[in-house]
Ligand binder design. Structure first.
Ligand SMILES: *[C@@H]1O[C@H](CO)[C@@H](O)[C@H](O)[C@H]1NC(C)=O
Ligand SMILES: *[C@@H]1O[C@H](CO)[C@@H](O)[C@H](O)[C@H]1NC(C)=O
Length: 255
């Protein structure tokens, strides 16, 4: 145990003494997933800037959504829209405009700490195929080994096109220690947790579309945040933890 603690401290130490590695060139996608339907994940949203698909997002109330801050960052709010209630990314369901974006006040662009943005929608999502997610509460313990779903319309392989149909992959939560080892020099905080099928070559089911949901039976545990893909060996994904900001979501939205 002592040895373990020392190693973790050494990794943490290097994270804080070196310049943090660059998280802006991360690429997250579902590889090895399968087709699913919006009826299974009715809270899944597609986020667009000027009608171009940019990220996933999650419906949390009829007029509120959440995504990662790095998804919403850098766009004009007037060009942002979400599509709700559709299995397909480019048609169907209901499109709603984003009225305002509220970034977490501690969002750090470099480390992706507090990688959360709330989207206040201009209208109500009323389409029958969409429904708000159930948010994990602040006491929800997301345990290593627990299997969770990641969903999105990200590219399905390094060379493939973006899929039209929503993809799902079931992946295990990975303990922070393994994740720290996988990402020496990066800063991992308690607003993050990790998941993915480590070391399973060619079955890289650990990747989903950033900003989209990490869910357990309809309960929102996290948002797909970042990962590095150097091919093999497979590295875990890093997810933004909903329990870590449950109080902030409540204070901004009343939900
Ligand atoms: C981070 O990566 C992006 C994209 O590859 C690049 O444009 C940028 O210059 C990099 N920043 C640093 C500090 O290395
Ligand atoms: C994952 O999603 C599928 C449908 O896409 C569903 O059948 C399954 O129960 C979900 N599993 C969990 C753990 O949420």
């Amino acid at each position: 145990m002592l040895k373990l603690t020392v190693l973790v401290l050494a990794i943490l130490g290097s994270a804080f003494s070196l310049p943090a590695s660059n998280t802006s060139n991360v690429d997250v996608r579902i590889i090895g997933g399968s087709d699913t339907s919006i009826s299974q994940h009715p809270y899944q949203l597609a986020l667009y800037s000027n009608r171009r698909f940019i990220c996933g997002a999650v419906l949390i109330a009829h007029n509120w959504a959440i995504t990662t801050a790095h998804c919403a960052d850098g766009w004009q709010i007037s060009g942002l829209t979400v599509r709700a209630g559709s299995t397909t990314v480019s048609s169907g369901g209901q499109v709603a405009s984003v009225r305002n974006v509220i970034f977490h006040q501690e969002y750090n662009r470099r480390t992706l700490d507090y990688n959360f943005a709330l989207l206040h929608l201009a209208g109500s999502v009323a389409v029958a195929s969409a429904a708000p997610v159930r948010l994990a509460d602040e006491y929800r313990d997301v345990r290593p080994g627990e299997w969770v779903n990641i969903t999105g319309w990200g590219r399905v392989s390094v060379t493939n096109e973006y899929p039209e149909i929503l993809q799902v992959a079931l992946v295990p939560v990975v303990n922070m220690y393994e994740c720290l080892i996988a990402y020496p020099g990066y800063i991992l905080t308690d607003t993050m947790f990790c998941g993915g099928l480590l070391g399973i070559d060619g079955k890289d089911a650990s990747h989903g579309d950033r900003g989209g949901p990490v869910s357990f039976r309809g309960e929102l545990l996290g948002l797909i945040s970042w990962a590095l893909n150097h091919g093999s060996p497979v590295l875990p994904d890093v997810y933004a933890s909903i329990p870590s900001v449950r109080g902030w979501i409540r204070s901004v939205t009343g939900i």
